[in-house]
Design a protein around this ligand. Structure first.
Ligand SMILES: NC(=O)c1ccc[n+]([C@@H]2O[C@H](COP(=O)([O-])OP(=O)(O)OC[C@H]3O[C@@H](n4cnc5c(N)ncnc54)[C@H](OP(=O)(O)O)[C@@H]3O)[C@@H](O)[C@H]2O)c1
Length: 251
């Protein structure tokens, strides 16, 4: 089983889940010498691999850059995967991206389209924001004693639970083209960030940021939350904050 982005926030949990289930794992990341955007090192890495799970990411708010990244990655995994007789691709996306006009989400929609039209049978797993999401943003949007956090309603899920689900999906005998997963509870991202800061004992004031326009209205209004068709997977934020995963993230 190959995990693209297996060194990332969710990817390392996919790797952990795959190993716990007894799968041999190949990690595709620039740190392991494979660039899935350019294709460098990919053919060799996919030799003998049966299934690829894609959890790569590009940290940019720019629609064009993110679209170029995600569509190139999907095309390369399909093309090189088919040449190496890979049987299946599982790609991670985000719940609600079709309801929020943000550049990054438009890029994720372009990724989903590229995943659907490729040579390999593919499953798209859409997850809500991770419990780790607030801490990820804090890692980038901190100025001195202040952390800036977008005001949005989320229904977060543990990256660990996403990892387990992706592995189960990758080896299931049959799966729908697309499936959605979310955590069990709704919370404000600002509130989650404040809980993360408290849990870490940090001296950091969280300042809410109101995203402008239709995207801001949508994320504040719950466009990223689960729908009745979404499968819910625990733990909720309280139990997650009591566990070890936050400490395992670094700062
Ligand atoms: N964060 C969330 O709350 C959330 C929620 C739902 C869905 N998602 C989706 O989940 C995916 C993963 O998100 P994340 O937050 O876990 O990302 P992340 O922590 O930023 O990790 C990104 C991973 O991608 C790898 N990568 C980046 N460019 C690469 C390249 N050119 N070639 C090979 N590997 C490359 C990185 O490894 P190297 O740097 O070593 O290359 C790293 O392992 C994304 O598609 C995101 O849209 C995220």
């Amino acid at each position: 089983m190959a995990i693209a982005g297996g060194t990332g926030t969710v990817g390392r949990h996919v790797v952990g889940a795959a190993r716990r289930h007894g799968h041999e794992v190949v990690v595709l990341s620039r740190r392991t010498g494979v660039d899935v955007q350019t294709g460098e090192g990919l053919a060799q890495a996919l030799e003998g691999v049966e299934v690829v799970i894609d959890t790569t990411n590009v940290a940019t708010p720019t629609r064009a850059r993110a679209t170029a990244f995600f569509t190139a990655v999907a095309a390369n995994l399909h093309r090189v995967g088919a040449a190496q007789q890979v049987a299946r691709l599982v790609s991670l996306s985000i719940v609600g991206i079709d309801r929020v006009p943000l550049g990054y989400y438009r890029a994720k929609l372009a990724q989903e389209s590229a995943v659907r039209v490729g040579a390999l049978p593919a499953t798209i797993v859409r997850a809500t924001q991770f419990h780790e999401f607030a801490a990820q943003i804090l890692g980038r949007a901190k100025v001195g004693p202040i952390g800036f956090m977008p005001s949005m309603r989320i229904q977060p899920i543990a990256a660990r639970a996403v990892g387990e689900f992706l592995v189960e999906t990758a080896v299931a005998p049959a799966y729908p083209d697309i499936v959605e997963i979310a955590g069990p509870e709704t919370i404000g991202l600002v509130d989650m960030a404040r809980r993360v800061v408290r849990c870490r004992g940090q001296r950091l004031a969280i300042v809410p940021l109101r995203l402008p326009g239709g995207a801001g209205k949508a994320v504040r209004g719950g466009a990223l939350l689960a729908t009745p068709a979404t499968r819910l997977l625990g733990p909720g934020p309280d139990a997650w904050l009591e566990g070890d995963d936050l400490a395992g993230m670094g700062r």
